[in-house]
Design a protein around this ligand. Structure first.
Ligand SMILES: [Zn+2]
Length: 275
């Protein structure tokens, strides 16, 4: 059984077939999905939790968990009301993480200082609510500039909490991976690790210890290799997991068991029973 550790189930791209998409995930062996609550901005931060509440308990569906957070490019909207909403969402039992939050210098968007300030305020709220964080970090083109800004913030404002986090859709090099592991983070890989030009990323994934690695779709984006460019969905996490299992030289079942254990252990969640 697999866990998709990062999917945007509230995307309008699932507006016509959300339940069927979740059934396909269940039938593909996906036991749980972490639904990311960033929406198109803070006004939609609650949508992932709403989806959990709508679908959990129905037969033949994966178990759903939610996050809430303000995406780096939405940090100019991180006013007191938005941060109060984040705080209230993180108090809900289904909302197990704060994210995705972090720094994005790749796309044109919020100024770097606004991103940094918004990140720090969210770290303070997540710490008070004792929720681990989901980090999005992407530098300018091939540069590690965003990582160089990220790590000092995490050292100063997060490391001491001992709560750790997940580096989502990891795209850094080995130095960034090692520093993430040193901070107590898990490292999660998405469909882009399957792309032909991603050999450097595959080399990093090969070196992540099996008890610190996760797999995700980042659906509806980043469909793995055979489906690249299509709408992604949690059922396709199996293809990325198979590539990662191959890198670790183990059977897909063994990789699935390890990553599922990592997810459940990290968030202190009950075991997934055959559903
Ligand atoms: Zn995402």
């Amino acid at each position: 059984m697999l866990v998709d550790s990062h999917a945007h189930l509230d995307s309008p791209r699932y507006g016509n077939d959300r339940e069927a998409m979740l059934v396909r995930a269940h039938d593909a062996g996906i036991g749980a999905i972490l639904s990311i609550g960033i929406g198109e901005g803070p006004a939609e931060m609650h949508q992932a939790l709403d989806i959990c509440r709508e679908y959990n308990g129905r037969p033949r569906l994966p178990r759903l968990y939610a996050s809430a957070g303000i995406y780096p490019h939405n940090t100019p909207e991180a006013d007191d009301a938005a941060l109060a909403k984040l705080d209230a969402l993180l108090a809900e039992p289904e909302v197990i993480a704060c994210g995705e939050i972090g720094l994005d210098y790749y796309h044109e968007g919020a100024p770097h200082d606004a991103q940094r300030a918004g990140l720090i305020r969210q770290l303070e709220i997540a710490a008070a609510r004792k929720r681990p964080i989901l980090i999005h970090c992407r530098g300018t083109n091939e540069s590690v500039d965003a990582w160089q800004d990220l790590f000092p913030v995490l050292e100063e404002h997060w490391k001491g909490t001992g709560l750790g986090g997940i580096m989502h859709c990891f795209g850094g090099g080995w130095d960034e991976a090692r520093r993430s592991l040193d901070l107590g983070f898990l490292v999660s890989f998405a469909g882009n690790v399957t792309y032909p030009k991603a050999q450097p990323l595959r080399d990093v994934a090969t070196r992540i210890p099996l008890d610190r690695i996760l797999v995700e779709t980042d659906a509806p984006w980043l469909a793995p290799a055979p489906h690249r460019g299509e709408r992604n969905e949690p059922a396709m996490v199996a293809q990325t997991a198979e590539v990662l299992a191959g890198l670790h030289n183990i059977a897909p079942d063994e990789f699935a068991a390890a990553t599922t254990q990592n997810f459940l252990r990290f968030f202190h969640l009950p075991p997934l029973v055959g559903n």
